[in-house]
Design a protein around this ligand. Structure first.
Ligand SMILES: C[S@@+](CC[C@H](N)C(=O)[O-])C[C@H]1O[C@@H](n2cnc3c(N)ncnc32)[C@H](O)[C@@H]1O
Length: 266
């Protein structure tokens, strides 16, 4: 289901979606450190990272499953008149059918990114393995990278959210103007199935009312995510884990990052 189909989120994007300088610097450093030149951004949204990466000289193919997001990314591209922006490709593509939707160049892209807490938009299945859609999506996304290339995934720290019943504002990650996030968590037989996050934004234009935007997330725990990577990739990959862009060791009780980022070299 496309939660962005009505385009409502775009009226909040300036409050909600802008990334911090720290977030941009971290991403650029990782891509450059690994010598990446071609990047597939499989959750481009309105073009948040992709536009920045084109600006920085990367060859970018952006994709997303939402028509509204693809249309908006294309408008972002059309507004940029610099010659380099004519190299930016944008395509509608779903992680669940990625190899059919996108033709990879040769052996694959130097880097594939799926960031902005995008993967947890994937609904769980009712079947015996609720993570099945994640496994299919991760397998498809991983198939797009060349041998020796890297993948970058991120997701909120759902371990902490489920433990405390609260969500941090993630100001390290996004330049958010969100005032607070209200949560409601659905459990089935003791297993968390869905988290509804209500982002509360300050009023605008002299109005009194705060504004709210709701998104449903399907929470994956850190060890579940790590386990899926190991199962899909086998023993031969390098995995670096970051919490709010700093190296993170699972189980570290001294820090509670808002977002985990995984850098995987295949
Ligand atoms: C929060 S936005 C992230 C956009 C951008 N990367 C950022 O960080 O600002 C999540 C994006 O994931 C996309 N998405 C959700 N499910 C998808 C799927 N199954 N296949 C491809 N894209 C999907 C949504 O349409 C949305 O644009």
């Amino acid at each position: 289901m496309d939660q962005y189909a009505d385009g409502h989120i775009l009226s909040f994007w300036d409050c909600f979606g802008k990334k911090t300088e720290e977030s941009k610097t971290w991403l650029l450093n990782i891509l450059r450190k690994h010598g990446c030149k071609t990047v597939l951004d499989v959750a481009c949204g309105p073009g948040t990272e992709s536009e920045m990466l084109v600006e920085e000289g990367f060859t970018v193919l952006s994709s997303d499953a939402s028509d509204v997001m693809i249309t908006t990314a294309k408008k972002t591209r059309a507004a940029r008149k610099e010659a380099i922006f004519s190299t930016w490709e944008i395509k509608l593509a779903n992680w669940l059918t990625l190899p059919e939707d996108i033709q990879k160049p040769g052996e694959g892209f130097d880097a594939v990114i799926c960031v902005g807490n995008s993967l947890p938009h994937l609904p769980f299945t009712d079947g015996p393995d609720r993570l099945q859609p994640y496994k299919v999506s991760l397998t498809n996304i991983i198939s797009m990278v060349r041998p020796g290339g890297i993948l970058i995934f991120d997701h909120r720290n759902f371990d902490c959210i489920l433990e405390t019943g609260k969500s941090m504002l993630n100001t390290v990650y996004r330049n958010t103007l969100t005032k607070r996030i209200e949560l409601s968590i659905d459990y089935e037989k003791g297993v968390p199935q869905m988290i509804i996050m209500n982002y509360i934004f300050p009023p605008i234009g002299g109005q009194q009312q705060t504004r709210t935007f709701s998104i449903d997330f399907y929470p994956v725990l850190l060890n579940e995510f790590n386990q899926m990577l190991s199962t899909i990739l086998g023993g031969t990959f390098q995995h670096s884990l970051y919490g709010d862009f700093k190296p993170y060791t699972p189980g570290d009780v001294h820090v509670k990052p808002g977002v985990f980022s995984h850098v995987v070299r295949v």
